[in-house]
Design a protein around this ligand. Structure first.
Ligand SMILES: NC(=O)c1ccc[n+]([C@@H]2O[C@H](COP(=O)([O-])OP(=O)(O)OC[C@H]3O[C@@H](n4cnc5c(N)ncnc54)[C@H](OP(=O)(O)O)[C@@H]3O)[C@@H](O)[C@H]2O)c1
Length: 246
């Protein structure tokens, strides 16, 4: 049940986050939208309920997250979607680019969880939804360190879920396959079973109302990736290389 819930989407200015804002709005949630770009957040909220508020912030700046939380009166769920990605081999990325990916995707996630957890704990209820990726199931060629940050988020969310089994905080993990967004527009290979952001948003909204830890979609692709994760290394490497060839 999402009607009347106060839901903070971090990473709401484009792609899956913007589509999710639309779906949750249609299902009656009250939304707080965050990302860096105030202009894009304003655009997303233009077509949503007038109750929608947007709080621009950079997740690499912990004080900005604290200040935003201070402006949020009621909080039932936090959905963390913010991330950055650069395709290509690791050697062809500058150290600065790789560090920025880790700073946003992993350290940014730590910042957000560190700030919001005390509020949820004090309430004794609420949902914390973190976004990993099937790219984190195993190391993918031409996706580092993005792929490693997603593996770290999966691992982190698993621990958090287990730690909070008794606290009333519902920790969930989103594991998308390929979704057509500004992030994947950067890829120059054919993305198998790619879906639209609206489909991803429906799957997330449905998953939030169901019991269980992982919300993964599209199922045909994610089950295939789960199967790949079980294969011995030589077989896995052969398939992974083929899958990401331009
Ligand atoms: N698309 C896919 O195929 C796919 C597959 C698996 C997982 N995912 C995951 O799904 C999530 C959403 O991705 P997407 O495809 O929708 O990508 P996207 O369109 O590029 O959206 C990324 C969002 O993160 C925000 N963001 C980036 N850096 C930020 C920062 N420092 N502080 C605050 N916000 C920041 C961006 O807004 P600003 O630029 O305005 O800050 C934007 O709203 C990500 O976690 C991604 O890893 C996507």
């Amino acid at each position: 049940m999402l009607r009347g819930k106060n839901i903070w989407i971090i990473g709401a200015s484009s792609g899956i986050g913007a589509a999710l804002a639309k779906v949750l709005n249609e299902r009656g949630a009250r939304l707080i939208l965050s990302a860096r770009s105030e202009e894009r957040l304003r655009k997303v909220s233009e077509n949503l309920s007038s109750e929608t508020i947007f709080l621009p912030l950079d997740i690499t700046e912990v004080e900005q997250i604290k200040s935003a939380l201070g402006k949020i009166e009621k909080l039932d769920a936090v959905i963390f979607l913010a991330a950055t990605y650069q395709p290509g081999s690791f050697q062809n990325k500058s150290l600065e680019v790789s560090q920025a990916i880790v700073d946003v995707n992993f350290k940014g996630m730590l910042n957000v969880v560190h700030v919001v957890m005390p509020r949820l704990q004090k309430q004794g209820n609420g949902q914390l939804v973190l976004c990993g990726s099937v790219a984190g199931y195993r190391g993918l060629p031409n996706a580092q360190p993005y792929s490693a940050t997603k593996a770290a988020i999966i691992n982190f969310a698993e621990s958090l879920y287990a730690e909070n089994k008794e606290t009333g905080i519902d920790v969930k993990l989103i594991s998308p396959g390929f979704v057509r967004t500004p992030m994947t527009d950067k890829n120059d290979f054919k993305m198998p079973m790619i879906i639209e952001p609206s489909q991803a948003a429906e799957a997330i909204a449905n998953g939030m109302t169901r019991p269980g830890f992982e919300i993964h979609f599209p199922k045909r692709f994610t089950f295939f990736m789960k199967f790949l994760a079980l294969l011995p290394y030589p077989l896995y490497f052969a398939i992974a290389r083929k899958m990401t060839k331009p």
